[in-house]
Every structure is written in structure tokens, then in C-alpha cells.
Ligand binder design. Sequence first.
Ligand SMILES: [Zn+2]
Length: 428
Amino acid sequence: MTTLDDIVSLCKRRGFIYPGSEIYGGITGFWDYGPMGSQLKRNLKNLWWKHMIQLRDDVVGLDAAIIMNPAVWEASGHTTAFADPLVECKVCHKRFRADKEEEMIAHTKEHKEAVVWTEPKQFNLLTEAYLGVTEPKQKVYLRGEITQGVFVNFQNVVDSTRVKIPFGIAQIGKAFRNEITPGNFTFRSREFEQMEMEFFIKPDEESGKKWFDYWKEQRMTWYRSLGFKAESLRFRDHRDDERAFYAKFATDIEYQAPFGWSEFEGIHHRGDWDLGKHKLTYKDPVTGEIFTPWVIETSGGVDRATLFLLLEAYTKEEKRIVLKLHPSLAPTTVAVFPLMPNKQELVEKAKNVYHQLKTDYSTAWDDRGNIGKRYLAQDETGTPFCVTIDFTTLEDDTVTIRFRDTASQERVPLQKLTEIIKTYMKEA
Ligand SMILES: [Zn+2]
């Protein structure tokens, strides 16, 4: 069983994720993605964008600003309702979320004396910022969710493109929450990235049910296509007491993490709540009918999905640690090695291959140590292919390609290398 410590250690060692501002002692709830992690996250976002927008006829993209007019957050209800109930330990005054009983129980054990808790108090999660050079500065918020950027641009998108209901607006971007207890590595952070789509439909129960079921299925199928095993994921419908009162249906996609089943995408039927709050309507271009569309939302966490993909891919074998990431997600697609770093002809030939592959694929160069060690290093970052240039290459233009998952090797003509990789990537 992979532990969270396995992943934290791999992330640091191989350049996936570092603690934020580490040389100054770090800052709780913030993380920096290194060379490997930033590429993995980018690959994930590109696949999402392709699946949700490029391959569809009914979804368009958007990239709204992080800071919006504070009136948006007043209208959406976030300034008043976007809050967690907190309790405070009367012994040490540390605060905890009242709905996280396990954390409270764990904390109780840190004190010798009996812990008494205060009554739960609401604590707003919006992060404040101040704009302007003269006092009083204008108070604004770093967006607590990217969703509102879509709603406030609903009319703009309808007026400037050819979308007709049913249609969606999708977006990827950073959001901020003043979480009181960040934790479980990147799982609960104060700065995080979301990938969301708001799908606007006619306000009737039948199409609401139809599209909700459709997007549930779509989103689960997509995550499975990235390499999640069926038993690692599940739907969890919100109970009546946790579902927002305006939500007609709500379900989460959860991953079986070392710290328990954990949500990383929500599919929510939000009815007319959001557009209603902003007093936005839609005019049917054929019938002229004016109505407030209903919204089916798919809201995924980029950082959470990244963490879960790492957990899912991490494989400890007898002699190696392998990150069995989907080839399209792997930070490096192919690594090129000259058999020996001190033989000029080998290095030159290998450099040629390296530069040629680089135009199509994320390609790494490694000439350190022996070939075995290079394989182990590439396995740990999930590189699906390693190509070695040796003395035979100089004679007959063939190379050895080594496959990550099986560690098997094949001798192939250099000419066919790109094609072999391309075919393998498509099949995976
Ligand atoms: Zn305490």
C-alpha cells in the first residue's frame, strides 16, 4: 500500500512538488511544482481542455481574472455564506473545523489535561487583498472559486459567440481559500487550481436529470481513461444535510487515498441559483422565450487529481520504484542515452536523435552513471520510453527502446522510432 510519505518523498527527490517558500521556512498551505510536477500538471490540464472543449461542439473556453469586483462575491453569497464553522481548543487556542471530528479527537490527545472546545463560530474562507496606492485602499478578494468568472461572463459569451442552449463554458484557473487547517500534502491547500465547466440547460426536470447523469458518466469515464483503476474511484452522493439547499442533485467523485476516500471532483445540478443571483437570463433565439437557465457543474481539483494520479501510479517493485503514469501524462515521454558519455561518435549520434525527438515529444537527455541507474531514475519520474544509442547504432542505424512498465527492450530501426512511440501513445 502506497503511503502519503512515499509520495511526499518522491515529489521532493525527483522535482515534482516542493514546499512553498522553503528556504524561508515554508508557508502552510502553499506548494511549488518543480520541473516534473509542473509538466505533469500541464499535461493533465491539456488533456482536460482537449476532452472538455476541443473534442466537443457544445463547450467553449474562458479565462477570467482572479480578482473581480467585490460585488460579485456579495451577489453570489460568498461574503456571508462561504464559511466553515470553527471551534477553538480552550487550552492552546488552536482552531479546528467543527466538521473534522477526527482532527479534533487527535488534538485532544496532544494535551495532558481534558480539552474543552468553544462553540462553533463561522469563519470566512475568502482571502482578502487591498488595491490602490492611497488610503483607504479598496478591499477585494482573491477568488474563492473560479466558477463566478463564468457566470458573470455568461451574457458576453452568448452575445459574442454562436452558442445555443444546451452549452457549456469551461475554465481552468487558480482559486484561494483561507483554510484554517490545510493538510494531507497538497490535498487541502490555500492556493489551488480548479478545472470546471458550467453547462447551461433548459429549466426542466427531465433535461436536468438527463444532463446530470450524462456528465457524471463523462467525468468518471475520463478519469478512468487516465489510468485510475475502477476500484480506486467511486461516486458519493451528497446526503440531504450536506447538499446546498439550492442543489437538486450533487455527487462527488472520490479517490481511495491513504487518508480515506477523498473528493476531487464534484458534479452538481445547481438549478437556477447562480444565474438567478446575478439576475441573468437567456432568450431562446427561435421561440423568443426568456428564461433563467439551469446549470450542471463539473468542478475538479487540478492539484488533487495530480496527487491522486501520483498515488495511483506509484508502484514498488522488487528492484525499482516505477511511476506507471499514462504516457500522455508522463512529464518526460522519452529519454535518450548515449551508451558511453566519453565516446564522441556515440554522443554526437545520440544528440541528433535527442534533438529530432524533442520537436514532437518532451525529451530528456541523460549520460550520467551506467545505463541501469539511468533507467531507475527515469522509472521514478514515469518516463515511458528510454532510447539507447550504442556502437551497433553507428553500424546499422538501429537503437534499443526500453519500455517502462515491462522493462523489456527491443531493437528497432531509428527511422521507425517516432512512429513506434506515436502508435504506443495512441494505444495506451
Ligand atoms: Zn489545544
